[in-house]
Design a protein around this ligand. Structure first.
Ligand code: RET
Length: 232
C-alpha cells in the first residue's frame, strides 16, 4: 500500500477530468470524444480514492495485495478508451450495425482480459495463476488484432487525415497498454521482482499516460484530421 501514490492519483485524476472537459471540443463530433475521455479519469479518481482508504484491497496468504478497485476501474475505462478509437475508425460511415458489431466484440474481449487478469491476480497456485495470465493475454491479443487489422483498414479507407489520426492513436495506445501485463508479470501479483509500492507508483504513471496524456494526444490528432477532412 502506498497512501501518497493513491492520494496523488485521486488528485491528478479529478483535476484531469475537469481539464479534459474544459479544454475539449464542445461541438459534435469532437464533443463525443471529449465526454468519453473526461469520464475515464473520473472513474480512475474514484478507484484511487477507494484504494487510499483501503476499500476493496485484499491481502492474500503470500502477502501480495489485489486492488479490486483497480480492476473495476480498468473494466470500465478500457472499454471507453477503445470505443473512442472504434468511433474514429467509423467516422461518418453511417453503418451503425457494423460499428455495433466491432464495438461489442472488442469490448467483450477487453472486459474478459481484465476479468481473467483479476483471476490471475487472485490465484494462489502458481500454475493456475499463469494459466489465467496467459488466457488474459489471449484476450489482449484479440483486442490488438481488431485494432490493427480490420479497424485500421477501415480508418485508412476514410482517407489520409483520419487514417493518420487513427494510426497515431492506436500506436500510442498499444505501447502504453503493453506495459500493464509487464508490470503484472514482474510485480507482487506475478514474479515479485519489484515491490508493491514500486508497482503502485509505476501503474500510477502508466494510468496518467494511458488516460490523461492519451486524451489530449488523441483529441489533438482527431481535431487536426477533422479540420483537414472538412477542407478536403
Ligand atoms: C493484466 C494481467 C494479465 C495479462 C494482461 C493484463 C492487461 C492489462 C491491460 C490494462 C490496461 C489498462 C489501462 C488502464 C487505464 O486506463 C490484466 C494486467 C494482458 C492492458 C489502459
Amino acid at each position: 500500500m502506498d497512501q501518497t501514490a493513491f492520494m496523488i492519483g485521486f488528485t491528478v485524476m479529478s483535476l484531469a477530468s475537469l481539464a479534459i472537459y474544459a479544454k475539449g471540443g464542445k461541438s459534435p463530433p469532437s464533443r463525443h470524444h471529449t465526454l468519453l475521455h473526461a469520464a475515464v479519469p473520473f472513474m480512475a479518481a474514484s478507484a484511487y480514492l477507494a484504494m487510499a482508504f483501503g476499500i476493496g484491497t485484499l491481502v492474500k496468504v503470500d502477502g501480495s495485495a489485489t486492488y479490486f478497485a483497480r480492476y473495476i476501474d480498468w473494466s470500465v475505462t478500457t472499454p471507453i478508451l477503445l470505443s473512442s478509437l472504434v468511433l474514429l475508425a467509423f467516422h461518418e460511415r453511417g453503418k451503425t450495425g457494423e460499428v455495433g458489431g466491432y464495438l461489442t466484440s472488442i469490448i467483450v474481449l477487453d472486459v474478459l482480459m481484465i476479468a481473467t487478469g483479476l483471476i490471475a491476480s487472485l490465484a494462489e497456485v502458481p500454475l493456475v495463476k499463469w494459466v489465467w495470465y496467459l488466457w488474459s493475454c489471449a484476450a489482449f491479443a484479440g483486442v490488438l488484432y481488431l485494432l490493427w487489422g480490420p479497424l485500421r483498414t477501415m480508418a485508412a479507407e476514410r482517407g489520409g487525415a483520419l487514417g493518420d489520426a487513427y494510426g497515431k492513436n492506436v500506436t500510442f495506445l498499444t505501447v502504453v497498454w503493453f506495459l500493464y501485463p509487464i508490470v503484472f508479470l514482474v510485480g507482487p501479483e506475478g514474479l515479485k521482482i519489484i515491490s508493491d509500492p514500486a508497482s503502485v507508483w509505476a501503474i500510477l504513471v502508466m494510468d496518467i499516460v494511458a488516460k490523461v496524456a492519451y486524451a489530449f494526444y488523441a483529441a489533438s490528432n482527431l481535431d487536426k484530421a477533422l479540420h483537414q477532412h472538412g477542407s478536403d
